[in-house]
Design a protein around this ligand. Sequence first.
Ligand SMILES: [Fe+2]
Ligand SMILES: [Fe+2]
Length: 202
Amino acid sequence: METSELTYSDLELASLRKKAWQMLDARRIPHVAGCEEEAVCLARRWGESPSAAAAAAILHDVTKRLSAKEQLALVRQYAIPCDDALLASPKLLHAVTGAAVAEAEFGMPEAICSAIRWHTTGKPEMTLLEKIIYLADYIEPTRDFPGVEKLRKAAYEDLDSALALGLSMSLEEVRHGGAEPYIDTVLANRYYQTIVRDGNNN
Ligand SMILES: [Fe+2]
Ligand SMILES: [Fe+2]
């Protein structure tokens, strides 16, 4: 099934929101609500199912409040394959544990779980829903950082250019903080920079 054929009723989304928000730190609710709003707008702009985008956004940070120890317990519980870099970073882990919880506890289909799985790092060859959730998380209305307006504009003009910009900004931020960037983000950045460069040459 194409993701765009997945739909959820208002009632289903309301119930999802109620359950998911109870699992969040209250301070994170405005971000998650903003992400849902942005994901729905991006879905309408780019021809994705707005309710599938809403469901993925509602659940994208569902395990974010958990400690590193709790994240690792979920990794074991759901036998999630993880490399060392992933295991060492609770910030990255919440994306994989969030995807597992979305599937096991909320019965979400693969297309939605995968958008949750990749929302923090990105990856090459993302699906439309994966792109939308990655960008919605980055540019939702409560986000405020240098360059956010440029990224917001790009997200509604050209998705791949927005990804190339967002991924390079994310790498810059990680490097600036003195950390080693995660391999999937490096690969994703390389992939989308090439797409944009080659696209512009045609
Ligand atoms: Fe997140
Ligand atoms: Fe988020």
